[in-house]
Design a protein around this ligand. Structure first.
Ligand code: SAM
Length: 334
């Protein structure tokens, strides 16, 4: 039986595993743990991508500041509330507000939005994913009614972090934000891309060790996918199998974590998200953003689900989940 504690050598062995049967054993072990903690339940979260303006210039990301080819958009308060209304009608109990680091959405505007959603939906979870802010801002958003925060650490090694980001960004600050969020009372999500440029197995080992240290409630893992108008546009996409192995190892190390089967998994392979569930993931995040802006949230090329309406995404995902023997769970699932 594959179970922790794992030495570094054992983790590196599974990170680099090339034999299909070894991966199959790993996925089976992860599924067993997932089943023990969550049964066959897969939690549904509604994703609202509310701005593609970004102050940051991450080398991998299509909405980076220097991408002059991207048409920019932001949703106004009414648009965001309309997304929530539609999401609530479709049965969602969690709204995930994700966006670039957009200075227009300063603390005051964010507090206004969070307060309005909280007032209209007192029982729903509000998840934010809007990047690095100061501790006081995180505390103010929490006081206004936000409950969860997704902030991938991206890579837990300084040297690798510097290869993915411009000099003004630092891993130390990123990690500090994650600890600030935890201390402010949020359920926190960290995470990383697999197969990002210059990534080595040792970096992924450090990612797992960092997750063990941070003990986040949520972990987002997905393959890097190139976006043509970024400095990394010429690099190959990350391999699906590696993402799946990292999901499985994360499930074994953090048995009760909420781990999404990400859109990036579904972009690199038609059944990537379903395979993610079979490797230990237990959350899906169908898109609730308006159809008119969806293709503009272009983190990477060939992103899936940009033509579907919110209801289509919801029911398509439910069918996919069911066809793999799982149950859609629309509860808050904290
Ligand atoms: N600005 C917020 C932040 O930095 O956390 C949220 C938005 S950011 C675009 C969300 C995530 O998208 C990042 O954490 C990153 O891991 C992922 N991402 C960005 N570019 C990507 C790419 N080319 N391939 C795969 N994932 C990517």
């Amino acid at each position: 039986m594959i179970k922790p504690p794992f030495t570094d050598d054992v983790l590196l062995h599974y990170i680099s595993a090339s034999a299909a049967d070894e991966s199959a054993d790993l996925f089976a072990a992860a599924r067993e743990v997932q089943e023990k903690y969550y049964g066959k339940r897969v939690y549904f979260r509604a994703l609202i991508e509310f701005t593609n303006y970004c102050e940051n210039d991450c080398y991998y990301c299509g909405i980076r500041k220097s991408n002059g080819k991207l048409k920019r958009y932001r949703l106004c308060m009414d648009d965001i509330l309309e997304c929530c209304r539609e999401g609530a009608a479709l049965g969602y109990k969690t709204f995930v507000l994700q966006g670039g680091e957009d200075p227009y959405f300063n603390d005051e505007r964010m507090i206004e939005i969070i307060t309005a959603i909280r007032r209209a939906y007192p029982d729903h979870a509000i998840t934010l994913s809007i990047g690095e802010r100061g501790r006081a801002s995180y505390e103010a958003f929490f006081a206004a009614g936000a409950n969860r925060y997704l902030l991938r650490h991206e890579t837990a090694c300084d040297d690798h972090y510097r290869k993915l980001h411009p000099p003004r960004m630092s891993l130390t600050e990123r990690k500090q934000c994650l600890y600030d969020l935890k201390n402010a009372g949020y359920q926190v999500g960290a995470g990383f891309m697999t197969g990002s440029p210059f990534q080595k197995p040792e970096h992924l080992l450090a990612d797992l060790r960092f997750l063990e240290e941070l003990q986040p409630q949520m972990v987002g893992i997905g393959p890097f996918i190139p976006q043509a108008d970024t400095p990394f546009g010429g690099f190959p996409a990350g391999d699906l199998e590696l993402s799946l192995r990292m999901i499985a190892l994360t499930r074994l190390l953090l048995p009760d974590a909420l781990i999404p089967a990400t859109t990036a998994l579904g972009t690199v392979s038609p059944q990537g998200r379903e395979r993610g569930l079979a490797a230990g993931a237990n959350v899906v995040m169908p898109n609730l953003s308006p159809k008119s802006t969806r293709r503009l949230y272009a983190l990477y090329d060939n992103k899936i689900c940009i033509e579907d309406a919110a209801a289509e995404c919801r029911f398509c995902m439910e069918n996919r989940v069911r066809s793999f023997g799982f149950e859609a769970d629309m509860s808050r699932g904290s």
